[in-house]
Design a protein around this ligand. Structure first.
Ligand code: SF4
Length: 378
């Protein structure tokens, strides 16, 4: 069953999903299901319109979370059968479910702002904070070419641009109070500012404040961030967070410069490698993650990258590329199922050999990490 659900997730990641009109009408009024919120990217190859409620994730076989990235041309369609949502492909029909709408959505915080302007529930069990909601690489067109943060924030998002620690701390407390046991972790991610040390320190201030406000909870704290230039800052993270991911995105040096020109120009690939080494020294093997986007480079090249990092004690975290409306790569092809299966098998091998755990287990809707960890690639 696991292998079947994982294989269906791969199909969805490689093709996106379309919706029938009946399903969309049903979803407009089913406010017990979570709606898509766009804190950091559009996620869809075409935007239906900002007021249409669409699913954010699909739960397959009650256990595997897959992104519902809209693609009107996909032959995987969500439809209704006897008032029940199903995923259809040719003659095949599969029952699906959706994460429930968080009870904290729609609640007002003490500053009069809505909970969901500060926190987005991601992958059913992760309290996601995205701050700042801007990345300076967009200022001169040097953003990562798959990234749609700019257009998501311009037109499709009501999230706060900068999240304050005390407000986020209150929001996390609200979420736990409303749904005790649902949330496993806080994940902080954000755009990049020109002063890397300052950006990293602001992240830590925020996480520390959230943690201090919720000391009685058993939440884990994860950070996805550009690394600092002063590696001594990793010592501070060690006191606050459980683990940390830094996104190199692409292993091949020329393609890294091509796909992520801002990172290559202002941070450099060499400094990334030094940062990974320094972070493993401080946080230990298995506690530092390297983020990759599958579909930016040939299979051999990304496999070389995940092997390289695995040997170093850095956990490969791989997300499948999706062509987002508003990104420079909005017309680029998704990776194939065969590509993802080969990559997933290699990840499984590395995870097993090194005793690695996924960054956000069970929650990565576009990622292969949990599935690799569970050995779900046949
Ligand atoms: S670093 Fe790249 S992926 Fe991250 S927000 Fe900036 S442009 Fe987007």
């Amino acid at each position: 069953m696991l292998v079947e659900a994982v294989s269906l997730k791969l199909e969805l990641l490689c093709k996106g999903v379309s919706f029938t009109r009946e399903f969309l009408e049903y979803y407009q009024v089913r406010t017990d299901h979570i709606e898509k919120r766009r804190a950091y990217g559009t996620g869809d190859s075409i935007i239906l319109n900002s007021s249409t409620r669409t699913p954010q994730e699909i739960i397959l076989d009650g256990q595997i979370i897959a992104a519902a990235n809209y693609n009107p041309y996909s032959d995987y369609r969500i439809a209704l059968e006897q008032e029940t949502p199903v995923l259809k492909h040719g003659n095949r029909t599969v029952r699906i479910t959706f994460p429930s709408r968080p009870r904290s959505y729609g609640k007002y915080l003490s500053n009069g702002e809505l909970f969901e302007q500060h926190i987005t529930i991601y992958g059913n069990s992760t309290l996601g904070i995205f701050s700042p909601g801007h990345c300076y690489y967009f200022n001169d067109g040097n953003e990562c070419k798959f990234c749609s943060l700019g257009s998501a924030r311009e037109t499709l998002s009501d999230h706060k641009m900068r999240i304050k620690g005390d407000v986020a701390g209150e929001a996390v407390a609200t979420a736990i109070k409303e749904e005790d046991g649902r949330y496993k972790r806080v994940l902080l991610n954000g755009g990049t500012i020109p002063n890397y040390d300052k950006g990293y320190s602001i992240h830590m201030d925020l996480l520390e404040r959230v943690k201090d406000t919720n000391l009685q909870s058993s939440l884990e704290y994860h950070l996805i961030s550009m690394p600092p230039k002063d590696f001594r800052l990793f010592d501070r993270f060690k006191k606050i967070g459980n683990n940390m991911s830094m996104s190199l995105e692409v292993f091949n040096p020329d393609l890294f410069s091509e796909v992520c020109p801002g990172k290559a120009r202002d941070y450099t690939r060499e400094r990334f490698f030094a940062a990974f080494e320094a972070a493993v020294d401080v946080l230990g093997r298995g506690n530092v993650y390297a983020g990759f986007v599958a579909g930016m480079e040939p299979l051999e090249s990304i496999i070389e990258g995940i092997e390289y990092f695995g040997d170093m004690g850095v956990v490969p975290a791989v997300a499948a590329f999706h062509p987002d409306a508003g990104s420079q790569y909005s017309n680029r092809q998704r990776p194939s199922v065969d590509f993802l299966i080969k990559l997933g098998k290699k990840m499984s091998e590395i995870y097993r050999r090194e005793g690695f755990q996924p960054l956000i287990e069970g929650s990565g809707r576009n990622s292969l990490d949990t599935e690799a960890y569970l050995g779900g690639f046949a």
